[in-house]
Design a protein. Structure first.
Length: 230
């Protein structure tokens, strides 16, 4: 019985799962909407009372998003007052809605990531995720990997969409072939067949005849350009 070969496992593809790569951050939020006067304006007295009574130690080592979920007149100093109370406890304080802050934190994490392990690799970026991964993170990864990976795909190893493939630069290689007698396996016509395949392109050739070991030999010295496709 013919052995079944798993071509996916043998293809040397490297899978990159952003859901596993990115830390599972929890964003705490402080929404100023509930303390707005009539849902429109923030009064200083109301904000200072909120700051006095709020349990700030609960945000120890947290990432906090400070924002207003309604369109209201909120002065800049109000956000500064909230941040100053959070400063002794939190890891980071950001202005914006929780998902906006999460996106910002993820991108900062990716900026500091080391992409060298993916050097010259065929990378498949996994598309499905159980938790929120911003589209901007996929864009960032695409830019980062095109500078190091040999190819980039999106999806699953069994079904991918090609995104990028590194172009192979043309290399010039010098060969010297000497034929000692007519029984040699390779001959001039073999070289011609290689040329016709497009794998080798002759840029310059010098032909000559010489006597060696009592037989007529043919000396071919040429320069060839390889056109390989990885």
């Amino acid at each position: 019985m013919e052995e079944i070969v798993n071509r996916v496992s043998n293809s040397q593809l490297v899978s990159l799962d952003l859901e596993q790569l990115l830390p599972d951050y929890e964003i705490e939020e402080i929404d100023l909407a509930p303390i707005l006067h009539q849902g429109l304006v923030l009064k200083e007295s109301d904000l200072r009372l909120f700051a006095k009574q709020h349990p700030w130690p609960n945000y120890q080592d947290k990432i906090v998003a400070v924002f207003s979920s309604v369109d209201a007149i909120i002065p800049t100093w109000a956000y500064m007052l909230i941040a100053s109370n959070l400063a002794p406890f939190t890891r980071h304080v950001h202005f914006g809605a929780p998902l906006e802050v999460l996106e910002r934190v993820y991108l900062e994490f990716l900026r500091q990531a080391d992409w060298s392990p993916y050097s010259n690799a065929k990378v498949v970026v996994k598309g499905c995720a159980k938790r929120f991964v911003p589209t901007s993170c996929f864009l960032f990864v695409a830019v980062a990997l095109t500078s190091v990976a040999s190819s980039l795909m999106f999806g699953e190893p069994c079904s991918t969409v090609p995104i990028y493939k590194k172009k192979v630069s043309t290399k010039t290689v010098e060969y010297q072939v000497v034929f000692l007698d007519s029984s040699n396996f390779l001959n001039f016509f073999s070289i011609q067949s290689l040329v016709r395949t497009g794998k080798y392109l002759p840029l310059h050739s010098q032909f000559g005849w010489r006597q060696r070991n009592g037989g007529i030999g043919e000396s071919l010295r040429g320069f060839f350009s390889t056109r390989g496709i990885q």
